[in-house]
Design a protein around this ligand. Structure first.
Ligand code: CIR
Length: 256
C-alpha cells in the first residue's frame, strides 16, 4: 500500500514563489478543485491519501514534495532553498515521524525535494538555485548508511531537477533535453517531451501508471505509445504557481 501525504491549497497561493513562470492571477477556488481531482487520481492508482489542512499563511505549502525526501528506511527533512518555505517543514515532519525515522538538513545547506529523483538506490539531485552544494553533501551523508548513492546533476532553465526529468516506468525516464543533459541518464530508456510542450517532463509514477497533466497531449501520446498508462489531471492553476504533479504529494510505501 502507498500512502500519499498531501496538503490542501492555501488561500494565499497567489503570493507563491516564482522563478521561471511569469506571475498571473491564480483562481484559488479552481486550484483547490483541481487539487481534489489530483487526490482522487492518487486514490484511483492505489494510494491512501492523508490530506493535511491548508496552511493559509504559507502560499506554497501545497507543494509538500519539497520539504522531505522519503525513502523506505528514513525520511530526510529538507531545508528549502526559498526562505519563505522553511516554515512548511515542521507540520509534515509530525506526520512523517509516524512512518519513518527522521533526519534533518541544516544551515547552510539548502535542498528542495523537487530536486531529488530516486531511482532504486540512486538519488539524482539537481544543482539548482534551491539546492546548494552543502545541502547535497548533507543528503549524501544522511542516506549513505542505508545504501543510497547521491549523484549531483546540473540543470539549466528550470526550477528543479524533476521539472526536467522524472521516472515513468521501472526502466524509463521522461526527459526535457533543453533543461538537463540526457547523457546523465545514459543507462535508462528515455522518452523526450514533445518539443512544443516545454513543461511536460514532470509525471508522477505510482508503479501501475503515471498521474500526468492534461495539457500535454503530444507528450502523453508518447507515453502511451511506450505502453505507459496515463491518468490525466487538470492542474492548470497549480502550474501557474510553478507546481506540477510530483510536487503536490509525498508518496511513501507503507512499511510494516
Ligand atoms: C516554488 O517556487 O517553490 C513553488 N511556487 C513551486 C514549487 C514546486 N515544487 C516542485 O515542483 N517540487
Amino acid at each position: 500500500m502507498l500512502i500519499a501525504i498531501t496538503r490542501d491549497v492555501s488561500s494565499s497561493l497567489g503570493g507563491c514563489e516564482l522563478s521561471y513562470v511569469p506571475r498571473g492571477a491564480i483562481d484559488v477556488t479552481t486550484a483547490a478543485a483541481q487539487h481534489r481531482g489530483y487526490q482522487k487520481a492518487l486514490e484511483s492508482l492505489g494510494c491512501r491519501v492523508m490530506a493535511l489542512p491548508a496552511e493559509d499563511a504559507l502560499p506554497d505549502a501545497v507543494f509538500v514534495e519539497d520539504v522531505a525526501v522519503v525513502l523506505d528506511e528514513v525520511a530526510i527533512l529538507t531545508r528549502p532553498g526559498a526562505e519563505s518555505r522553511r516554515a512548511e517543514v515542521s507540520s509534515v515532519a509530525e506526520v512523517l515521524a509516524r512512518h519513518r525515522p527522521l533526519r534533518a538538513l541544516e544551515a547552510p545547506g539548502t535542498l528542495d525535494g523537487g530536486d531529488v529523483l530516486r531511482v532504486g538506490r540512486s538519488l539524482y539531485v539537481g544543482q539548482s538555485a534551491r539546492s546548494n552544494a552543502a545541502g547535497i553533501a548533507q543528503l549524501r551523508d544522511r542516506v549513505a548508511e542505508f545504501g543510497y548513492e547521491v549523484h549531483p546533476v546540473p540543470i539549466r532553465g528550470c526550477l528543479h531537477l524533476k521539472s526536467a526529468v522524472t521516472q515513468v516506468a521501472e526502466d524509463t525516464l521522461l526527459v526535457q533535453p533543453a533543461w538537463v543533459d540526457p547523457a546523465a541518464f545514459a543507462g535508462f530508456r528515455r522518452i523526450e517531451v514533445d518539443p512544443g510542450e516545454e513543461h511536460a517532463a514532470n509525471a508522477l509514477w505510482l508503479g501501475s501508471g503515471v498521474v500526468y497533466p492534461a495539457c500535454f497531449p503530444r507528450t502523453q501520446r508518447r507515453l502511451e505509445d511506450a505502453g505507459i498508462a496515463v491518468t490525466s489531471v487538470d492542474v492548470s492553476e497549480l502550474q501557474k504557481a510553478e507546481g506540477a504533479v510530483t510536487c503536490c504529494s509525498l508518496v511513501l510505501r507503507e512499511v510494516p
